[in-house]
Design a protein around this ligand. Structure first.
Ligand code: HEC
Length: 309
């Protein structure tokens, strides 16, 4: 792959140089004043530009391995200016998070109540929270006690602390996913590509025991194994649970988690813009109205009649 793009870069530079050379020849015939010195200067210039272009392409190649493959831009519906989140997808994505990702990843910044009227009804959320035990207290005699969850509780953490999390994942720490979409370059495109991008390492690439090859992860070796496989969850709305469908849904769920105010923000933005347009129209009208008398006035000069002596 690298060799391929290096060769094509070299070809591009050569093409560039050839074009420039033709241009300098034709301009030389056009103007007879072009001296040999000028031509060699031009050639030197072309060589410098070519070398710079070649070098910049080389470093782009090198960064690709270190920074991870750049994810393609996917046409996310919710990124459009007038679109809201796909709330059915948030609901499906929550299911994927809960059944798959929540085994390792926390979602610290989301409380159960945040899901109400977003993806679930209030009663559903109450039931979901009650399935988990939370430590509360102290009670009258100073003891902590366990109680079922309430909508105001935050999503439970799969591990008691970071050490336990690392111990359970061969030393790698599964990061909190609340702000993951905002925390990574490429956001939703990156996480989607990461989840669907697992493959066998190419020939010559050695991956250490316990790590997995993923070209989108910077460095190519990630501590998280592939987790999504076709048919892993069963969606209640009957959507076929393919790997890419689950990845898409969980990414939409995480996009919502990172930016729960997005729908409201876009609505406010529309209201503000509408008001602004109306008010601008009104003020333009008012300005013209007020200035009409001044702008349309006619100043006449009637010279006094010459005095008759
Ligand atoms: C078996 C445990 C496990 C499961 C299940 C799991 N992950 Fe991970 N995940 C990890 C670990 C460990 C890391 C840290 C990898 C590293 O730093 O090498 C990680 C890292 C990540 C990262 C960060 C990558 C980066 O750029 O740093 C994202 C995003 C992620 N996981 C998303 C998910 C999603 C979404 C799911 C559910 C579909 C999921 N994970 C399921 C263990 C898991």
């Amino acid at each position: 792959m690298f060799r391929l793009s290096t060769t094509s870069a070299r070809q591009a530079v050569q093409r560039l140089a050839t074009q420039a050379r033709y241009q300098s020849t034709s301009s030389a015939t056009a103007s007879s004043t072009m001296t040999a010195k000028n031509m060699s200067m031009t050639a030197a210039g072309v060589a410098t530009v070519g070398a710079l272009a070649y070098l910049s392409m080389e470093s782009a190649d090198a960064n690709m391995a270190a920074d991870g493959l750049h994810p393609p831009a996917f046409p996310w519906e919710h990124k459009k200016n007038l679109a809201t989140f796909d709330h059915a997808a948030i609901r499906r994505g929550y299911q994927v998070y809960k059944e798959v990702c929540a085994v390792c990843h926390s979602l610290d910044r989301i409380a159960w109540r945040n899901l109400i009227d977003v993806s679930h009804t209030e009663n559903e959320v109450k039931e979901m929270a009650e399935e988990h035990e939370y430590t509360d207290g102290p009670n009258d005699v100073g003891d902590m006690f366990q109680r079922p969850g309430k909508p105001s509780d935050y999503m439970p953490n799969p591990y008691a602390n970071e050490e336990q999390a690392r111990a359970g994942n061969a030393g790698a720490y599964p990061p909190d996913l609340s702000l993951m979409i905002k925390a990574r370059h490429g956001g939703a495109d990156y996480v989607f590509s990461l989840l669907t991008g697992y493959q066998d390492p190419p020939a010559g690439v050695e991956i250490r025991e316990g790590l997995n090859f993923n070209p989108y992860f910077p460095g190519g070796a990630i501590g998280m194994a592939r987790v999504l496989y076709d048919g892993l969850v069963e969606y209640e709305d009957g959507t076929p649970a393919t790997t890419s469908q689950m990845a898409k849904d969980v990414v939409i769920f995480l996009s919502w988690a990172a930016e729960p105010e997005m729908d409201e923000r876009k609505k406010m933005g529309m209201k503000a813009l509408t008001l602004l347009v109306i008010l601008t129209g009104l003020s333009v009208y008012l300005k013209r109205h007020k200035w009409a008398a001044i702008k349309t006035r006619k100043i006449l000069y009637n010279p006094p009649a010459p005095k008759k002596h």
